[in-house]
Design a protein around this ligand. Structure first.
Ligand code: GDD
Length: 273
């Protein structure tokens, strides 16, 4: 939906010419580069396409920005997934050397290298590494909207069998509103060439998130593991240390309970029973 005073341009970021033309027409002061494949599973299914979009698409936008020959802050939205095998049991800070374990993480690390390299050619770049964030609008490709959608398909009080993947993984969940606010802070106050983790700083197992969701849902739930939902390679724990972003004046304001409530409410609205 176009907001008054704004212009919508739809462009395929792998189309170098079209991207350059759109950026030249808009002449932005800042770009938040989120365009890409965001699902770990989708990227593993088609690695070439994932690199073309996530890495090649980043190069295309970076070149378009440099082609402006005018000041334009470039915020690259990477991912906590880049840490991969380097991730330990506790919160990691940005000085840890990334070691991606899956195609998605590798495409995002590649995008970081592409963007950061171009600071030497004058790009005013800042890199965000968000960890898992949820809220209305996220599709059931991802874990919590998937669980919420399955719950919403039966009325409150009814019984439902919920299909799940690996519940032992630990992730750092935030409300999407906190992550979006952090992007605004990074656009204004992030230091050129620096990388910032964005998350809650707290690790939660998928199992614990599922239990919170079930308790809130008011349904009678039986849980069953669907082998198709298990990943061949899984990072056991992924939690971000967020002190560097907090030092800029940002802090999370929303709880994961609120995020879960918002996701469940949206799924119930979309699946009236
Ligand atoms: N999708 C999905 N579906 N994941 C499941 C399921 C299920 O039924 N059951 C368990 N999981 C586990 C996955 O194995 C993974 O450990 C965790 O739940 C989270 O999976 P996703 O929600 O698919 O997200 P992700 O962690 O792979 O990636 C998300 O977070 C990254 C930042 O940490 C995405 O939002 C990425 O775009 C983002 O960069």
């Amino acid at each position: 939906m176009a907001i008054e005073g704004e212009v919508d341009h739809v462009v395929d970021v792998t189309d170098v010419k079209a991207t350059a033309a759109a950026v030249a027409q808009v002449k932005p002061d800042a770009i938040v580069h989120l365009a890409g494949l965001s699902s770990v599973a989708d990227c593993s299914r088609d690695p070439m396409r994932a690199f073309q979009i996530n890495a090649g698409g980043t190069l295309s936008v970076v070149q378009a920005v440099l082609g402006l020959k005018a000041p334009c802050r470039f915020l690259l939205v990477s991912s906590g997934e880049v840490y991969g095998a380097a991730a330990g049991p506790g919160p990691m800070n940005e000085s840890l050397l990334p070691d991606p374990m899956n195609v998605y993480g590798a495409t995002k690390r590649s995008a970081e290298i592409i963007a950061l390299q171009h600071r030497h050619q004058g790009l005013d770049v800042v890199v965000a590494r968000p960890f898992n964030h949820v809220g209305p609008g996220q599709t059931p490709t991802f874990v919590l909207p998937s669980f919420a959608q399955q719950l919403a398909k039966v009325p409150r009080g009814a019984s439902v069998t919920l299909e799940v993947g690996n519940l032992s993984a630990v992730r750092d969940f935030s409300h999407v509103l906190d992550i979006v606010e952090a992007y605004a802070v990074l656009l204004e106050k992030g230091v050129k060439g620096e990388v910032y983790n964005l998350g809650s700083g707290v690790g939660r197992s998928i199992e614990s998130m599922l239990q919170l969701l079930i308790a809130r849902s008011g349904r009678q739930v039986t849980v069953t593991v669907d082998p198709k939902r298990l990943r061949p390679v899984e990072i056991p724990t992924l939690v971000g240390g967020i002190e560097k972003a907090k030092a800029l004046g940002w802090a999370p304001k929303h709880t994961v309970e609120q995020a879960l409530a918002d996701v469940l409410a949206e799924m119930e609205r979309n699946n009236p029973v």
